[in-house]
Design a protein around this ligand. Sequence first.
Ligand code: PPS
Length: 574
Amino acid sequence: MSDNLIEPHGGTLVDLIVDDGRAAELKGESRDFASWDLTPRQMNDIELLMNGSFSPLTGFLGKADYESVRDDMRLADGTLWPMPITLDVTEEFAAGLSSGDKVALRDPEGVMLAVITVSDVWEPDRAEEAEKVFGTTNTEHPAVAYLMGIGNSHYVGGTVEGLQAPTHYDFRELRKTPAELRSEFDAAGITDVVAFQTRNPMHRAHVELTMRAAAETGAHLLIHPVVGMTKPGDVDHYTRVRVYKALMGRYAEGSASVSLLGLAMRMGGPREAVWHALIRKNHGVNYFIVGRDHAGPGSDSQGTPFYGPYDAQELVISFEEEMGVKLVPFKLMVFVPSQDSYMPIDEVPDGTEFLSISGTELRQKLADGSEIPGWFTYPEVVTELRKTSRARKDQGFTVFFTGLSGSGKSTIANALMVKLLELGGRSVTLLDGDIVRTNLSKGLGFSKEDRDTNITRIGYVASEITKAGGIAVCAPIAPYAGPRDANREGISAVGGYALVYIATPLEVCEQRDRKGLYAKARAGIIKEFTGISDPYEVPTDAEIIIQTTEMSPDEAATTIMNYLVDEGYLETEV
Ligand code: PPS
C-alpha cells in the first residue's frame, strides 16, 4: 500500500534543550527562580516536550491554547493537538507567580531539568476539562480520577527551556528520541514506517497483526511501547520490555525495531489515539496501527464502556490527511485451530471454531500457575511473565481488619496470626491498632486527618510486606472508606488483599466495654470516639464479614483461613 498523502518522516521537530551557554546562564540565574518539583506525570510530559515528541509544542499550554485544545482539539493558531499538556501546581505555589517569572522545574532529586517562563497562571474548571476532553466526569476513568483527585488545582503555562533530559537507568539503549529514530530510518534507507503502540505484553496475536500491518503497508515495523505512566494495574514495564526484546527474534532480520516511549498515557480513547498518531509522526512514522478500543479505559462499574470500540479509528481517519499519518485499522485477531493460524475475527468463516484468551484469563492462569497454551503465546514470553507473576500460593498478601473499638478485631487477628504461623511458609506481621499507635504512628491523635494518616501508614507498611512475599495482618478501626480504598488499590497491585469487616454492633461493643473507653466517651471525657462522637463508615466492599455475636474468635479465624485457601493464597485445607 502506498499513498501520496503520506509524507515520510514529516514535520519540523522541536528540540527544547538549550545550548551549553544558555544552560550556564540559566543555572547562574536560577537562585532567583521559584522551584517546582515535578510530579511523576509531569516528569513524563517534560521529557516528551523537551525531546520533540510533542512537537509543535514548545512548553506547557497557556490558557488560550488550553481552552482551544479542550474545546476543539486545536491550538489557538488552529494546529491539530488533542490533549491538554498542562503544568498543574498548588494554589499556594500559583499565588507566588506572575507572567514573565521563571520557574526551575526539578526532578525528585532536585536536579533542574528545565526552566519555564510563565505566560499565564489560572485555575481551570477541572470538571469541564474532564467532560470535554474525556467525555465524562466519572472518576472511574483514570484520567478523570487524576484530574479531580491527584492533580493540582492551578495551571502554569509557558515556554520551556530544557537543560537535560530526565535520567533513566533502565533500557537506555532502547529509549530513542524522535530525532534519533528519524536518523536511524534515514541511515537505513527506510521511507515508510508503521508503528504499533502498546502498554501490554505482546503475544502471538499481536505479533501476527503487526506482521500483517507491515506486509500490507510495505513499511518497516516500529514496536513503540509506552513505558511512562500507563493504566493502574498494568504489567510493569520492566517485564514488558523484556518480553518485547525477546520477541524481536520472531521478526525477519531488519524488518522491525523496538523503541520505548516515556509517555504518560491518559487513557483518553479517541482523542488519545489522535495524540498517539501525532507523537508517532514526530518519530518518523507514517502509518499507525489502531485496534479495538485504542487507549480506552474499558467500562465503568455499571458495565458501560467509556468509548465505542471503533471511535478511536474513526477519529484518526478523519485527521489522516492533516496529520500525514495513515490509519492501519485492525480487528481482533483470533486463533483458528483447524487452520493452525491467526486471522482477523471478521475473516473467520461462519461456523468455524476460533480461540482467544482475555487479559483477565491470562492473569488467572499466571496466578494459579496453570499452563498457557502454545497457540496463545511463545515460550520466551511465558518465561518472562512467570519471572514476575508469581502464583498466588507464592505471593504475599494482606488481611485488613476494620471494625469498631472492642469489636474483637485484635482477638481475631491474633488467632489468625497464630494459625498462619502454625501453617508456616511465609513471615507474618501483625499491625494491630494499639501496636501501630505506639510505634509507627506515635503522636497521632484521632482527628479525621490523623486517623487517615495512621491508616495510610499501615497500608504502606502492609504493601511493602506484601510485595516482599510476606503476610500482613492489620487491625485498626480504619473508620473511613477513602484510605481503606487507597490501601486496597496499593496492596492489590503487589499481591493479595482481603478486607475483613468485624460487624459487631455498637451496643454490643459498648456493653462489653473492655477498656472502659465507651463509658468515658459517653461522659465526654474522651472526645471524637468512633461510634459515639465520631463516624464509622461501614464497608460495602469487604471480602469477609464476621458476626462475632454468632461465632467464636477461633471460628472467625478459621473462616478467614478457609477464604485464603479458596482464593489460592494458602495451599493446605485448614
Ligand atoms: S484509627 O481510627 O483506625 O486510626 O484508630 P486505631 O489506630 O485503630 O486506634 C484505635 C484504638 O485507640 C483507642 N482510642 C480510640 N479509638 C477510637 N476513637 C477514639 N477517640 C480513641 N481514643 C483512643 C482505642 O483503644 C482503640 O483500640 P481498639 O483496639 O480498637 O479498641
